[in-house]
Design a protein around this ligand. Structure first.
Ligand code: 13P
Ligand code: SF4
Length: 304
């Protein structure tokens, strides 16, 4: 923390001068999550907060699609991302053309796109979802067949939760969560009896099946807070456990984790530079933003 302290102090001061707020995803490193953020949460919580922000500037500490979502919901605010290279393998896996291909393949079926997509893809979709509301959103669609893009594993996990629907999907995946295997979990259980295994739904279905619980990053936090298991292994990005370990000293967080190279592009140094120079501003074409807002707002309305 000593090395972080000067950056934290400078960021807090500049935040005041710029009338800025920092929205940070649960996968940010602890010095960002605990040290400088105003709001922390999962993708849905951050989107809802972005719509209600009163400050002039939002610094999005997360990945690019999250910053775009904030800009879509708060078009009059300046939305900054400290590193434009903070992408996402899911967002990169599909374009608006891919959505049209799915529509041609399944005529009349609604397109539910994960928020981990570009603004163009959201604009081409009927409604968005996050990992915390995906099953609810799919269940609420009028059609029997529902297209889910771009995460094949989230879609397959949702298909099990909503068996009354014929869920079809795009073949995208998250490079962090696809690396876990069901055998990893079985081995881990054998070597560490009594450990609660908790998986994000971007993991393949056989991994989720081996886990004791599956949920979005805020769902994971809630589960661990409510259950307080003696030992827990979070089958997700590494910072998740680091961020919540302090609040839950009675839980021992164990096991390997996987790092998201995109999330880790955001650092205290880059946040300071971003506030100092007011870069990089996120720009979304107005027509695209208007259409994308409809899809995101439908999701928010259905989730409340
Ligand atoms: P959450 O909505 O669960 O925070 O997930 C976002 C994400 O990118 C997970 O990889
Ligand atoms: Fe994208 Fe996966 Fe990183 Fe989340 S963890 S931002 S889904 S690559």
């Amino acid at each position: 923390w000593a090395t972080h302290a000067p950056y934290v102090a400078a960021i807090l001061e500049l935040k005041k001068q710029r009338n800025a707020v920092i929205l940070a995803h649960n996968y940010m490193t602890p010095e960002i999550y605990h040290g400088v953020s105003d709001v922390v949460g999962d993708s849905l919580q951050l989107a809802i907060e972005a719509a209600n922000v009163e400050a002039d500037v939002i610094v999005q500490c997360g990945v690019h699609f999250m910053a775009e979502t904030s800009k879509i919901l708060s078009p009059d605010k300046t939305v900054l991302i400290p590193d434009m290279e903070a992408g996402c393998s899911l967002a990169e896996s599909i374009t608006a053309e891919g959505i049209e291909q799915m529509r041609a393949k399944y005529p009349g079926a609604p397109v539910v796109s994960y928020v981990n997509t570009t603004a163009e893809v959201k604009a081409a979709s009927d409604i968005c979802c996050t990992s915390s509301n995906a099953a609810q959103i799919v269940a609420a669609q009028d059609s029997h067949t529902v297209i889910m893009t771009p995460d094949q594993y989230l879609a397959q996990n949702v298909a099990k939760q909503v068996p009354q629907k014929n869920v079809v999907w795009w073949e995208g995946s998250c490079i962090v969560h696809e690396r876990y295997t069901a055998q990893d979990l079985r081995d881990f259980r054998e070597w560490n009896p009594g450990t609660r295994l908790i998986a994000h739904p971007e993991c393949p279905p056989d991994v989720v099946n081996e886990a004791d619980f599956s949920g979005s990053t805020s769902g994971i936090l809630k589960y661990v807070t409510d259950e307080k298991p003696e030992k827990a292994m979070l089958i997700t990005e590494c910072s998740m456990a680091s961020n919540i370990a302090d609040q839950l000293p009675e839980v021992e967080f164990v096991g390997p984790c996987n790092m998201c190279p995109y999330m880790k592009k955001i650092t205290l140094e880059k946040i300071l530079w971003s506030l100092h120079t007011m870069t990089e501003p996120v720009v979304v074409d107005l027509d695209v933003a208007e259409k994308a807002r409809v899809a995101v707002q439908r999701m928010i309305d259905l989730s409340q």
